[in-house]
Ligand binder design. Structure first.
Ligand code: SF4
Length: 202
């Protein structure tokens, strides 16, 4: 899903463009802080790798999200379609939140963290505001907003709040974390979820 308002106006001087980029970076940082995001890091779009083997894991359906919602494959399109959606932007920021667990068997804690991260993504989305130029947000796996997803018979009921699963784009999250200079593993009895903001068009 692509969120955000259309970028308007004509291009100004190089100084004006720099100011615009700086103010977008400020809005992003502020929205990330207010949403409770723990860490962020930027990745060059041309360094991204879209791995077919990740899509094969999706098809194995160990997360039980495959073919169940509009947020996961196959609904998000082929890897090529995902790549071309991503490459229509020129900046990508990975973001994460770290959650404490009671133990490594705290499945309830993991489930609640997974749900909370969707809320964090939505809060970040709201913080970017309606005037932010076109952007796309990816979040953690699946979508549990509706008790029963409309997929595949009807369109998504909340397209403005539909965040595609970042894994569905063929990304290995631990690789993304390294490229972004972020911690993938934040220690024993924690779980860290990741999402991504894509924005900027040349
Ligand atoms: S918002 Fe509802 S209809 Fe849309 S993908 Fe999520 S669960 Fe499905």
């Amino acid at each position: 899903m692509i969120n955000g308002a259309k970028a308007g106006g004509s291009r100004g001087s190089a100084a004006e463009e720099r100011m615009e980029v700086m103010s977008l970076d400020y809005i992003i940082r502020k929205a990330a802080d207010e949403a409770g995001i723990s860490e962020t890091g930027e990745i060059a779009i041309n360094e991204l790798e879209y791995r077919d083997e990740v899509r094969r894991i999706c098809e194995g359906n160990s997360c039980r999200g495959y073919g169940k919602t509009w947020a996961c494959p196959p609904a998000v399109g082929t890897l090529e379609e995902c790549r071309s959606r991503v490459e229509s932007y020129n900046r990508m920021m990975l973001f994460s939140k770290v959650y404490e667990l009671k133990s490594s068997f705290d499945f309830e804690g993991m489930r609640s963290a997974m749900k909370d991260f969707k809320d964090v993504t939505e809060a970040f989305d709201k913080g970017l505001g309606k005037d932010f130029p076109p952007y796309m947000l990816l979040s953690n796996e699946s979508c549990h907003r509706c008790s029963e997803c409309a997929y595949p018979d009807e369109s998504c009921r909340f397209p403005e709040k539909l965040y595609h699963a970042i894994e569905g784009y063929g990304f290995v999250i631990s690789e993304l974390a390294v490229k972004a200079g972020m911690k993938y593993n934040n220690g024993p009895n924690t779980v860290t979820f990741f999402g991504a903001l894509l924005w900027g068009r040349s």
